[in-house]
Design a protein. Structure first.
Length: 173
């Protein structure tokens, strides 16, 4: 795996998953003693001129943090989160970089950018649908787009197949 692709799972101090960090940030949190490293990646290390670092796979916050449910703000990325990276027309799950957001009622026809009018679509479906509604295009939606309810912090943007072995124990249940 390319070094940049390594991510670190951040746990709260009760070992509940909180979020996903780039390993660089996790390393800084470790060096500043704000987290304890729970698991390291076995297959990789980083070298600075003077030191060698193991990459943290899972870290745990030292400080107690109240878990506050929060409302997921509307954004392109969070539309992908809501739809779990799944094209709402064909059900495919390409990489996130290849996904687009589609206006169910096209923008050119007055459709707004809101939770209720925007869905995740793969590039091919988006261009086939073009300026049509799903009915006109004969492309029914897999799920009606809705405003998501409260999301627990940390339930973000990790696809099942992207979860490293080192995290699995901490994501169970
Ligand atoms: Zn599609």
């Amino acid at each position: 795996m390319v070094l940049d692709n390594y991510r670190t799972l951040l746990l709260d101090n009760g070992y509940q998953p909180l979020s996903v960090l780039g390993w660089q940030r996790a390393l800084l949190l470790d060096l500043s003693e704000r987290v304890d490293v729970v698991e390291y990646y076995d297959d990789v290390e980083v070298h600075s001129p003077s030191r060698t670092f193991a990459l943290p796979a899972v870290v745990r916050l030292r400080q107690y943090l109240r878990r506050v449910p929060r409302v997921l703000p509307y954004s392109r990325r969070n539309v992908l989160v809501r739809d779990e990276g799944t094209c709402q027309y064909c059900g495919r799950q390409p990489s996130w970089g290849k996904l687009t957001v589609d206006h169910v009622m096209p923008r050119s026809r007055g459709g707004g950018s809101s939770w209720e009018n925007v869905v995740t679509a793969c590039g091919p479906c988006n261009s086939v649908k073009g300026d049509m509604t799903p009915e006109e295009a004969g492309m029914p939606l897999l799920r009606e787009p809705i405003r998501p309810g409260l999301f627990r912090q940390g339930r973000l943007a990790v696809r099942i197949q992207d979860i490293p072995e080192e995290w699995r124990l901490y994501l169970a249940g």
